[in-house]
Design a protein around this ligand. Structure first.
Ligand code: DGJ
Length: 671
């Protein structure tokens, strides 16, 4: 608790002005919130312009308040009547601190915030490495680890949204950490729009991290007596390596940030219409498919893209959120009812931020679109972006979603977003207000329909970020369902996000893969599907009995394991980034069950024969494997288990249950 710390030495530092004696001085690296005070030439976190054209600001400590969970330090610029409040918040997850900033304009003139970051963090001199995740559509969350040199490394996004296709707003810093040892400092921005994270290393080796909203094409105007608060930057620390970093993030996601009423519920097995039908969904084929979906063990039937008026290709139909009368003559109600009658949940895909120019919405409100008045409209996937920074557009979105969620009694809503933004017209605040209103809409849905399960999808994993975590129960991890690629994508994803969140339109997916054309055996795809939130996306009407039987078997096995898998930490015992063999350990949070997944592809020589030591077990406990053999925790962790993977596409899993748990369970079910 903050109250137990002595903050005075820290606050004294804030009170001290920096006095330069010449160019050889150690520069003022350790700034709590850098504003480009004189002789601090590093990236500032705040940069203001005043109406007389002068720029920059100097701040001095004015006071602070603290509670058990929050410290607010007020800094002021007295001559300009500007206050800056640095917020420091903690929650019940040890190792995490949340920082944000409020700027208050008490003057009688507007102030322009040209840069408005959430925090500055200074680290002492050292051989710091930065670990971060970059990629693109269909190839998200590739891990990079770079040694910082005397320069500025900037991670950023300027696409308006969908940053995580390009770079997840997250970085971890270490000097010599591995998975289980060493100091790691990490930072993630709770924001789904443009961002920047600057990592600057000084000549003397210290490092300054500045992170927050991107200042590219965004200037916020602070009118007199108004204030603005930045998004929160999560800052974490562990002395126990990258594995513990992930466990801290999981604890926060499990216990605090993800929608709490649903987080411990088993996530249903999804059947999704996208891969088999794309835009050719009809009442008839949905009715047939939902019966088959039920037979193979799906629990939720989702009609993906293609159900709206004229949506037979990606040029039409976005914006008019009514079922196509030709293909769904009775609307969607008969399908929703049929699902509910046979015990399936019913879900629907939407892309509310978008429209096609061939839509009634566009014809009625051409001014609702993001555009440059001097240029032709830009389309990507034939679609335009609604200007959600407008309150009337936001209200239209809320009303539309309210109607769909209510009318169809939806159990599940998949929110998609399939293009980047461009052409922001004359408004320099759009990029910021858009995301604020996006959250407002998600907040509305969660409050009004708290039992609905929500999927955060943005062309796959474009919005896999901490800003969306409070609102969605599942994240579309990637549009790439090729199992070999998924092994890596999943490892990157689960470094930051719970495996339960890891979704997609079909991780029991069509083969060959639509991304890379690779054909893979069913079992390989199915076992990899179990590592996340399982969904089926193959045409069940063309499967033979044997395949249907295999799918049913896979969903049955998954259902027996998901209670454990979806409440586990994921430990990277052998990383997919190191070669063709990877091993993940799913360790139930209470340590009672351990499930090991081993994958190999394109194996050469004897690389599939390996001994792997498990981690995080109780060395004094005994664990029973599936053949009823007992192992001590110490043996599993020190002697390890033997894994034998063979062939081009090998997948295995091993289950160990802590004996005390088994005995307790027996007691529970006994007389
Ligand atoms: C992209 C999503 O990631 C897919 O799952 C699917 O919903 C398509 N969009 C539909 O257009």
């Amino acid at each position: 608790m903050l109250g137990k710390f002595d903050l005075d030495p820290e606050l004294d530092r804030l009170r001290e002005p920096f006095v330069s004696r010449g160019v050889n001085d150690e520069l003022p690296w350790f700034q709590e919130y850098a504003v480009q005070e004189p002789f601090d030439y590093l990236q500032p976190a705040l940069f203001c312009t005043f109406t007389d054209g002068t720029r920059g600001i100097r701040l001095c400590y004015q006071g602070h308040t603290k509670t058990d969970t929050q410290l607010d330090v007020t800094l002021t610029e007295p001559s300009r009547s500007i206050s800056v409040i640095l917020h420091y918040r903690i929650c019940n997850t040890p190792g995490l601190l949340f920082r944000s900033v409020t700027v208050i304009n008490n003057s009688c003139m507007p102030v322009q915030l040209e840069r408005f970051l959430s925090a500055t963090l200074s680290l002492p001199a050292g051989a710091w490495n930065a670990t971060y995740f970059t990629g693109h559509w269909g190839a998200e969350y590739n891990k990079n680890r770079t040694i910082l040199t005397q320069t500025c490394l900037t991670l950023s996004n300027t696409r308006g949204t969908c940053a995580s296709h390009q770079a997840v707003p997250f970085v971890a810093l270490d000097t010599n950490a591995d998975e289980e040892h060493g100091d790691v400092v990490f930072a993630g921005l709770a924001w789904s729009g443009d961002f920047r994270m600057d990592l600057e290393k000084s000549a003397t080796g210290s490092v300054r991290l500045s992170a927050g909203l991107s200042d590219f094409d965004t200037v916020l105007t602070l009118e007199p007596n108004c204030s603005e608060t930045s998004p929160e930057l999560l800052i974490g620390y562990t002395p126990n390596g990258f594995g513990d970093m992930s466990r801290i993030l999981y604890d926060w996601e499990f216990d605090i940030v993800c929608p709490q009423s649903k987080i411990t519920q088993a996530f249903p097995v999804i059947y999704n219409s996208w891969y088999p039908f794309e835009f050719s969904v009809t009442q008839e084929n949905c009715m047939e498919m939902l019966q088959r979906a039920k037979e193979v063990g799906a629990e939720l039937f989702v009609i993906d893209d293609g159900w709206m008026i004229d949506r037979t290709c990606d040029s039409n139909g976005l914006g008019d959120w009514f079922a196509d009368p030709t293909r769904f003559p009775e609307g969607l109600k008969p399908i929703a009812d049929a699902c509910h009658e046979i015990g399936l949940l019913f879900g629907l895909w939407v892309e509310p931020e978008m429209l096609n120019s061939n839509s009634d919405l566009y014809r009625q409100h051409p001014d609702w679109v993001l555009r440059d008045p001097h240029q032709p409209e830009d389309t990507m996937r034939n679609q335009l972006v609604l200007d959600l920074s407008r309150e009337d557009v936001t209200q239209w979105c809320i009303d539309t979603l309210d109607r769909l969620l209510g009318e169809y009694e939806l159990d599940y809503l998949k929110w998609d977003m399939n293009r980047y933004m461009s052409s922001f017209g004359t408004n320099r605040e759009i990029r910021f207000r858009y995301i604020q209103n996006l959250y407002k809409i998600w907040q509305f849905m969660n409050e009004r329909y708290p039992n609905v399960l929500y999927e955060n999808c943005a062309s796959g994993g474009g919005r896999a970020d901490f800003g969306m975590l409070p609102y969605a129960d599942r994240i579309n991890r990637s549009d790439n369902a090729d199992p070999v690629d998924v092994i890596r994508i999943h490892e990157g994803f689960t470094t930051l996000f719970l495996p339960k969140l890891a979704g997609g339109a079909g991780n029991i997916s069509p083969s060959p893969s639509n991304i890379n054309g690779r054909s893979t055996p069913f079992l390989f795809r199915a076992i990899i599907g179990m590592t996340g939130s399982m969904s089926i996306g193959i045409d069940l009407t063309t499967c033979n009995d044997n395949t249907l039987h295999e799918i049913r078997r896979a969903t049955e096995i998954f259902k027996t394991l998901r209670g454990d898998l979806q409440n586990s930490y994921v430990l990277r015992l052998k990383s997919a980034t190191e070669g063709n063999v990877s091993v993940l350990e799913y360790l139930r949070r209470d340590g009672g069950v351990v499930i090991i997944f081993a994958f190999g592809h394109g194996l050469r020589y004897a690389e599939g024969n390996l001994i792997i030591c498990l981690r995080g077990l109780d060395e004094h406990a005994t664990y029973r494997d599936e053949n009823s053999q007992l192992h001590s925790g110490a043996a599993l962790m020190r002697r390890g288990i033997r894994i034998t993977l063979k062939g081009d596409y090998a997948a295995q899993y091993f289950i160990f249950r802590r004996e005390t748990d088994i005995i307790q369970n027996r007691k529970k079910v006994g007389p």
